[in-house]
Design a protein around this ligand. Structure first.
Ligand code: ARG
Length: 454
């Protein structure tokens, strides 16, 4: 492609070192769509004629079909997807193929291809997020009555509906979808026409290309358009957060599926056994997702670090954007897909949940709130109930086992109705503020999400 300037051939070592076709081949559909739009603009500008445009169109279409069928032979010597396709087109149709790269550089071409690719991926990730959310809502609906301890510091804190816990993740995934959509909005800008760095002396109708490729806008600075990958960083960042949320959900499920908790059983189809220990049933999907998230976070840091010291504008370093991007896209999509399926088959075990929630200490805050409603300042109430719990620990009994005299001795504000507090459903249903886990609130949230996700 640049033989004019060089006397000797590129070293084989360098060819092997610099090729990207082994991974960027997967941009072929976007590369071809971009080239067809570019050729259309060449024709509109009178730089090629109708017949040449047709030859380019049908040549590219037949190359695309061959790649689709897995019959196309990629040549590492031609470095990347852009040169492989262009060279093969020219081999097939001659001169019109050789005119295709007029007023274009691989720098704006690759910027276009990645944007087109990421636009598609953003849509797919958005759909998969919705699938996971649906599975969570369904699981919550199926177990709408189940109460579990809520934890802080992994110590029992206050009772919550199991569905409330799941809905927390539905909220997180909804913000993830928002971030993906935001990133999509900012990357949905058409860079072609920026050339290598300074546009071209040959003017093509950039708005026409944008319309053909369904972009609502064109980039406004040719140097910016070929030198930044901030849009890719944004999507990597959104994907890293999806990974983090999946990883935390994984950790919850791993704990819940343990013999110590027994809150849930993950179906056989989504667990694995041990080659040595016959009794084992391991939550590998959760562990793998937690593990893969390390790589997904690494991919974000990888591209940030690649970009950090680059002078304007395009530098070959930027070819290193693709492997982390592809890896995060593949990993996050696969994780979301398997989670949507696995969650649908999770069975909740009401008895161990009920047993865990029968810990009266979960209601200690309710007792403090009771004192507050009887005129005791909260700090004082906190101390009184702290002493009450300490007394229970000392005597090896629960809050429900103390007598009214015991309570009265701790604070005269206690009345006989203190025992009414020691009821988990009452505790939950008293939490009626928006966002709090009363049954009515949780039902409303399940219904809201169900409708929103339809
Ligand atoms: N394969 C290259 C990349 O992904 C395409 C752009 C190459 N441009 C260049 N001037 N070498 O970044």
């Amino acid at each position: 492609m640049w033989k004019g300037r060089f006397k000797t051939d590129t070293a084989q070592l360098l060819k092997d070192y610099s090729e990207s076709i082994s991974f960027d081949w997967r941009l072929y559909r976007h590369d071809i769509a971009g080239s067809i739009a570019h050729a259309t603009a060449l024709e509109a500008a009178g730089l090629i004629n109708q017949t040449e445009l047709e030859a380019i169109r049908s040549g590219l279409a037949s190359i695309r079909d061959e790649i689709d069928r897995g019959e196309f032979v990629w040549k590492p010597d031609l470095e990347d997807v852009h040169m492989n396709i262009e060279a093969e087109l020219t081999r097939r149709i001659g001169d019109p193929g050789a005119k295709l790269h007029t007023a274009r550089s691989r720098n704006d071409q690759v910027a276009l291809d990645i944007r087109l690719y990421l636009r598609d991926q953003a849509d797919e990730i958005g759909q998969l997020l919705a699938e996971v959310q649906k599975s969570l809502v369904e699981l919550g609906e199926k177990n709408a009555e189940v109460v579990i301890p809520g934890y802080t510091h992994l110590q029992r804190a206050q009772p919550v509906l199991f569905a409330h816990h799941l809905l927390a993740y539905v909220e997180m995934f909804s913000r993830d979808a928002g971030r993906v959509a935001d990133a999509r909005g900012r990357l949905n800008v058409m860079p072609l026409g920026s050339g290598a760095i300074a546009g071209s002396t040959i003017n093509l109708d950039r708005e026409l290309i944008a319309r053909l490729l369904d972009f609502p806008a064109i980039t406004q600075n040719s140097m910016d358009a070929v030198s930044d990958r901030d849009f890719a960083v944004e999507l990597l960042s959104a994907m890293a957060l999806i990974g983090i949320h999946l990883s935390r959900l994984s950790e919850d499920l791993i704990l819940w599926a343990s013999a110590e908790f027994k809150f849930v059983t993950i179906s056989d189809a989504y667990t694995t056994g041990s080659s040595l220990m016959p009794q084992k049933k391991n939550p590998d999907v959760c562990e793998l997702t937690r593990g893969k998230t390390g790589r997904v976070v690494g991919n974000l840091v990888s591209l940030l670090t690649t970009l950090k010291g680059l002078p304007m504008t395009y530098n070959r370093d930027m070819q290193e954007d693709k492997e982390p991007l592809f890896d995060s896209v593949d990993t996050v999509k696969a994780s979301l897909q398997i989670y949507a399926a696995m969650l649908r088959e999770i069975q909740v075990n009401p008895a161990p949940c009920a047993e865990a929630v029968a810990d009266w200490n979960l209601l200690a805050t309710d007792v403090a709130d009771y004192l507050v409603l009887h005129g005791v300042p909260f700090r004082k109430a906190h101390e009184i109930v702290g002493k009450t719990v300490a007394l229970c620990v000392e005597q090896g009994v629960a809050l429900a086992d103390l007598s009214l005299e015991d309570y009265k001795a701790l604070s005269p504000a206690f009345e006989a109705d203190v025992f009414d507090l020691l009821n988990v459903r009452r505790s939950i249903d008293a939490r009626t503020n928006p966002g709090a886990p009363s049954s009515a609130n949780v039902q409303a949230q399940l219904a809201r999400w169900k409708a929103a996700l339809e």
